[in-house]
Design a protein around this ligand. Structure first.
Ligand SMILES: NC(=O)c1ccc[n+]([C@@H]2O[C@H](COP(=O)([O-])OP(=O)(O)OC[C@H]3O[C@@H](n4cnc5c(N)ncnc54)[C@H](O)[C@@H]3O)[C@@H](O)[C@H]2O)c1
Length: 287
């Protein structure tokens, strides 16, 4: 129960077991570190073996427990095996964060079937398989929290991201549908929809295949993205990891089927006309 309880207790995960996909890089790596810092033993899944080893080292160097399970989330059998390994190690799964994702940019008319299959395979089917595997274990044990990573692209159309955006919009509906199905069994399902976060996924915008960084492109891209947000900044992986921790923890025990949008304010339901009128009134009052 959270009533009267200490915030420093409910925002932690002592003795919990957490599976994190996409754990080899960026937001997934930081999520693994943050969940471990909050007390969870983490099970790390990704296709990138070297990245997984680096994340495991980051967790262990902070005194946490990490098990590495190389997993391609597009393969349902591998995701089932991941859940089985987590249960074998820990006897249960308390948290499952579906973070693995890929992006490719092209206009609709130029998007190949191969690209479409890749993005749907990782972002949509991978998240779906993760939800299935987690929900089967969690409904049987009568508790658990699933956190899916969507994107600001789920809400906001932009040229060139149709395939990516449609998978992320689907993740929001998967989250709500599954929340309705498994809520009665004591399992919560929520999403985090990040804005622009400086990770290897977006570093491709300014990094050549040989690793050369185009500093002008970097400054321009980050500046443009920051300028789109009311807070005037882009985010860091930890901004998302902390939102995932909240949704995974007992602090969010009354929260399910929801989406948190850590995005600097770049996407929100608002009516600019109304806000503008309020600003004018506020300015008049300040005179
Ligand atoms: N970086 C951003 O600006 C941003 C914004 C919104 C949403 N997101 C989402 O956040 C999540 C994490 O992205 P990131 O920015 O940390 O990117 P990233 O590229 O740093 O990490 C993505 C990870 O997913 C892994 N992955 C890819 N295909 C996989 C597969 N088939 N099976 C298992 N793992 C696989 C990669 O190996 C990588 O480690 C993604 O779902 C992404 O769509 C990112």
């Amino acid at each position: 129960m959270t009533g009267g309880s200490d915030p420093s207790d409910v925002f932690t995960l002592p003795g919990k077991a957490a599976v994190v996909t996409g754990a080899a890089s960026g937001i997934g790596r930081e999520t693994a570190v943050v969940l471990a810092e909050a007390g969870a033993a983490v099970v790390l899944a990704d296709v990138d073996a070297a990245g997984l080893a680096a994340t495991a080292e980051a967790v262990r160097s902070r005194g946490g427990r990490a098990d590495v399970v190389p997993t391609d989330v597009t393969d349902a059998a591998q995701v089932t095996a991941l859940a089985e390994r987590a249960v074998a190690e820990h006897g249960r799964i308390d948290v499952w964060a579906n973070v693995a994702g890929v992006i490719r940019s092209a206009p609709v008319v130029d998007t190949s079937e191969e690209t479409l299959d890749l993005i749907i395979g990782v972002n949509l089917k991978g998240t779906y398989f993760g939800c299935q595997a987690a929900a089967r274990v969690m409904t049987a044990q009568g508790s658990g929290a699933i956190v899916n990573v969507a994107s600001a692209g789920a809400d906001m159309p932009a040229p060139g991201i149709s395939a990516y955006a449609l998978t992320k919009a689907a993740v929001l509906m998967l989250t709500r549908t599954l929340a309705v199905e498994v809520g009665p069994a004591g399992v919560r399902v929520n999403s985090v929809a990040p804005g622009f976060i400086d990770t290897p996924m977006v570093q491709g915008y300014w990094t050549a295949p040989d690793g050369t960084v185009d500093e002008d492109a970097r400054t321009r891209t980050i500046g443009n993205r920051a300028a789109q947000a009311p807070l005037g900044v882009i985010g860091e992986p930890r901004d998302i990891a902390l939102a995932i921790l909240y949704l995974a923890s007992d602090a969010a025990r009354f929260v399910t089927g929801q989406t948190i949008r850590p995005n600097g304010g770049v996407v929100m339901p608002w009516r600019p006309g109304v806000a503008g009128a309020r600003r004018s009134r506020a300015r008049r009052r300040c005179r």
